[in-house]
Unconditional design. Structure first.
Lengths: 341, 263
């Protein structure tokens, strides 16, 4: 039943993503010709292509501004969608995302701390590093507290995640209030989520975590599927439930932390992409994870393009745009499904 | 029977949940190819017993041996290839197809990485055929009735190709047609040499199906033996708080069971 048509989903998404990447690199405040962009990219890859059509200015825009931004959009979107897919299977809830583990609030606290201490402006790449450290600290707190209180089960993790997130949120508010006004805007920009001014360092950092993390998660598809049957059934099938869950959530946290560190909060991607693709390819992770990666990448590349296109008098935050699209979509989807995904 | 032929040996098993002792001094055996029904009033400890036998609960005392080897000494995957657990608790994603659901029963054989082989496909096809859900194989779980989902769970258990099949209230959601299908499948499995232990709520159904019956009441074994003898024992009337009477029908090998409130 799910054979023929669903096999086409991943190739179709792949083609659409390549087209969207080209479109997003060509369009912008300084439009570049498609042929010029394609030629320059092919030449860069050592393939027969004409690099001259863009001219030196066009080439600089392409390789130092447009391309890293667009690739980062794809990595962040793909990473967040994979994380959402994994968490929804682990928690057996179509509403699960990385926020449950404290990733977002921990990253925000780390970012605010870096800005408050003046590190963000003094040290290159300090803000993403601090955000990543904050996210990982929050996740480790959640695991540690849930584990030592004897509540390492799903329910305990959820409740602990909410409590730790609330605590980190409160600390972020205090830090924001205590931060000099001219620095607050840096934090606000980061919190709103966006890819403005990101360069190749961001791409490399995100790629290292997102690509390796996503690949490992795809390799662990089978244990993930078994885990999605519920703890008792998974254990009866010989799965070491606690260790598997810890490993999967750990990998997902690393990916989510890396995405949030380079792009700030980009909400709803982890919910929308898997939710839209599950009916097409089914819930099995070996199929759904690659599809979700491509779908999430496509979504954020297009969202970032939209954010740039709509930014005339001020930069519209990417995170706000995904929320504007994601929230109504998700409410409609929930209504159509009467609650269960 | 000698301990080497026994599939399952339970010796003085006791199990605690929190600090409460739920099972106390449970001793019995199950042979390959034998059908054993576990009956008892609500909260007697039947589900706890099944979970302990499946290795999901640590015993507080006593021992469970599977094929002569202590249950705790079995590696997880080998244990899941030898015993399968089927309960009425079912939490799989609604968008999973029946065939995919059954295929997850091959996990103990395939592990995380071994490629899917012909033996796996054959076991899944056979499990689907034996449970009579071939016409549902492509359907998603969310579109099935509770009874059909239960049969899919049973098929998952059969796909594990176990030697011991443990069932906790497998007929809980089934209408009479699906119940007949279920117990027919269990008979078929048992004749294939698999030991089947099932917690069954419906006493008449349990008596008709099982070769031996275990009455669990208040965490202990209150009676054990042929189903007719167990149901007609004072212990059964005591445990359920009703009067139980078997009326021979047909050639006398079958009985019609009457349950009445005690006055």
């Amino acid at each position: 039943m799910s054979g023929g048509r669903s096999r086409l989903v991943v190739p179709a998404l792949g083609v659409a993503l390549v087209a969207a990447l080209l479109l997003a690199t060509a369009l912008g405040s300084v439009p570049l010709s498609f042929r010029g962009v394609a030629g320059a990219l092919l030449a860069k890859l050592g393939l027969p292509g004409d690099a001259s059509a863009l001219g030196p200015t066009g080439e600089t825009i392409l390789f130092t501004v447009r391309l890293p931004r667009v690739l980062l959009a794809a990595l962040v979107g793909g990473g967040l969608a994979v994380v959402g897919t994994v968490l929804q299977a682990v928690f057996r809830n179509p509403l699960a995302d990385a926020g449950l583990l404290g990733v977002g609030s921990g990253a925000a606290l780390g970012a605010v701390l870096a800005v408050h201490l003046g590190l963000a402006s003094a040290v290159f790449f300090a803000l993403p590093l601090a955000a990543f450290a904050g996210a990982m600290t929050a996740v480790l707190c959640v695991y540690f507290i849930a584990g030592t209180s004897g509540r390492a089960g799903l329910h305990g993790l959820l409740l602990t995640g909410i409590a730790v997130s609330a605590l980190a949120g409160a600390m972020t508010s205090v830090m924001l209030v205590a931060t000099e006004e001219y620095r607050v805007k840096t934090v606000l920009f980061w919190l709103a989520g966006g890819l403005e001014g990101r360069g190749w360092t961001h791409v490399q950092a995100a790629a290292a975590f997102v690509l390796s993390g996503a690949a490992l998660l795809v390799l662990l598809s089978r244990p993930l599927d078994v885990l999605s049957l519920g703890e008792e059934e998974a254990a009866s099938l010989g799965l070491p439930v606690r260790a598997t869950r810890l490993g999967l959530l750990g990998l997902a946290s690393l990916v989510a932390g890396a995405c949030t560190a380079v792009a700030g909060a980009v909400p709803f991607v982890g919910l929308m992409a898997p939710h839209a693709l599950r009916p097409l390819v089914g819930p099995r992770s070996r199929r759904l994870l690659p599809a979700a990666f491509l779908g999430g990448a496509l979504l954020v590349v297009l969202a970032d393009l939209g954010a740039r296109a709509l930014s005339t008098r001020f930069e519209l935050p990417l995170g706000a745009l995904t929320a504007f699209v994601g929230a109504p979509y998700f409410l409609a989807a929930l209504r159509a499904n009467e609650g269960r995904g | 029977m000698s301990s080497r032929e026994a599939l399952l040996e339970v010796r003085a098993l006791s199990v605690e949940r929190g600090r409460r002792r739920v099972l106390e001094d449970v001793t019995f055996e199950l042979a390959l190819g034998e059908a054993l029904a576990v009956v008892g009033p609500n909260a007697a400890g039947k589900s706890t017993l099944v979970q302990a036998l499946a290795g999901l609960l640590e015993p507080a005392g006593g021992e469970v041996r599977l094929l002569g080897r202590p249950l705790a000494a079995w590696p997880r995957d080998a244990r899941a290839r030898t015993l399968a657990l089927v309960t009425s608790l079912e939490e799989g994603p609604d968008s999973l197809s029946v065939a995919e659901r059954v295929a997850l029963g091959r996990y103990p054989h395939s592990g995380p990485f071994r490629p899917w082989g012909a033996a796996d496909a054959a076991a899944v096809a056979r499990a689907i055929e034996r449970t009579g859900i071939g016409h549902l194989a492509g359907r998603r779980l969310g579109t099935l009735s509770a009874g059909e989902r239960q049969l899919a769970t049973l098929a998952r258990g059969l796909a594990q190709e176990p030697q011991l099949l443990l069932l906790d209230e497998p007929a809980a959601h089934l209408d009479v047609g699906h119940q007949l299908q279920l117990f027919r499948t269990l008979d078929d499995v048992r004749r294939g040499g698999v030991g089947v232990l099932a917690v069954v709520h419906d006493l008449a159904r349990a008596a008709a199906w099982a070769e031996r019956m275990l009455l669990v009441a208040d965490g202990r074994i209150a009676a054990e033996g042929p189903p007719g003898a167990v149901l007609e024992s004072p212990a059964a009337e005591e445990a359920f708080g009703v009067s139980i009477r078997g009326v021979a029908i047909g050639d006398g090998t079958e009985k019609l069971w009457r349950f009445e409130a005690r006055t």
